[in-house]
Design a protein around this ligand. Sequence first.
Ligand code: HAM
Length: 425
Amino acid sequence: MSADRDVFRAPIGTRDVLPPDSARWEALIATFADRARRFGYGLTITPLFEHLEVFQRIGDSTDIVRKEMYDFDDKGGRRLALRPEGTASVVRAFAQHRPTAPWKVWYAAPNFRYERPQKGRYRQHWQVGVEVLGDDDPAVDVEVVALASGFYREIGLREVRLLVNSMGDEESRARYLEVLLAHYRRHAGVLGDDLARAEANPLRILDSKREEWQDLLDAAPQLGEYLSDASATHFEQVQAGLRALGIDFELAPRLVRGFDYYTGTTFEFTSAALDAAQDAVGGGGRYDRLAEEMGGPPTPGIGFGIGIERVLIACDAEAVLPVPAHRLDAFVVDAVGGAEALVLLHEMREAGLAADRAATGRSVKKQWSAADRSGARFGVMLAPRELEHGSVVVKDLRRGDQREVRRDEVAVWLLAAAAGEEGGR
Ligand code: HAM
């Protein structure tokens, strides 16, 4: 096997996230984590793989379960699968641990789907998301949508649309499916061989983009007209809540999300900056039956997932969230050799400063160039003469002036300088 074969490249549909670009990931996840904290959500970490049955609950008829699952037998003969999405694992954890409801959690985690890779569609993608279990108040739907919607705004995205729909409760859906099926059968000629597919999963083809079906789909009855009183009232309250918070949204009666677990409110965030085929930068909805299906007590649930890679593509298109500069407080230049520089660097880092130095063996001149390139605020040089007097040379790399600072006070001095700068910003 030769070393230049594809085996030593990241598998198709996966990507390495490396510095400096990874700093944007840090910023994105930190922004989301902070929002989640402000909204009262706690971090949840579930295993990367689960028993296959956990994910089968998200929908036997969906492509994700039927075609795209990374499932395998482990050495003990268990049938396992890599997580294709976040909700199933979180609901499984809820059913298993039975925490006090309402239970509000957030996550940042990779998901795996054996899809045909293209820009914005990967075999491993990351989502930040939240789930709330144990509260069916429409105000929770509004809170969850507000958490997501403000996230896009907080990172600077302006061209994100919010589409909202209601899948209704079981009663609503049963009534609707009857009339929808009758509509398909009346137009069996248009659907041809796909009638069977439409019959097996009548909702799924509703948001099909196939040209020859558009008239048929435009004329199809809409779920909104068949909502039970309870579903209709809930949905109206959600819309009123969104309006009260000043969150713009569009009703999307044909919005069908890709999992069978949804009941009631569903929503999707799309970006005009992405190709139409994968323009969703996030989505979610209510799933009031899932906890019970996972062996838990009947518990309503709602949540969303936001695709990090797609958000970053949208950020590039809108020229927002630039790679944050790597901020060093100090860069050590060693003109004495020995362990002095290592000790000073260690002291500074332990004191809370961001500090680094050049690779060993570089000339002093090269070390100063590295200090300039590093973007550090101060260069700190250990020089034989100054060190003999117990001092180091501190150079302000932005202004160019330099001074002597006592060796045993330099960390404190730099901390004060860094704090002063924070305050002055
Ligand atoms: P989803 O719509 O399948 O929902 O995924 C959420 C988001 O993840 C999408 O809007 C998209 O931004 C991103 N995404 C999905 N698949 C890929 C892919 N192959 N490559 C890149 N990005 C992708 C869920 O996963 C649900 N668990 C959301 C949810 C939470 N519903 C209720 N709670």
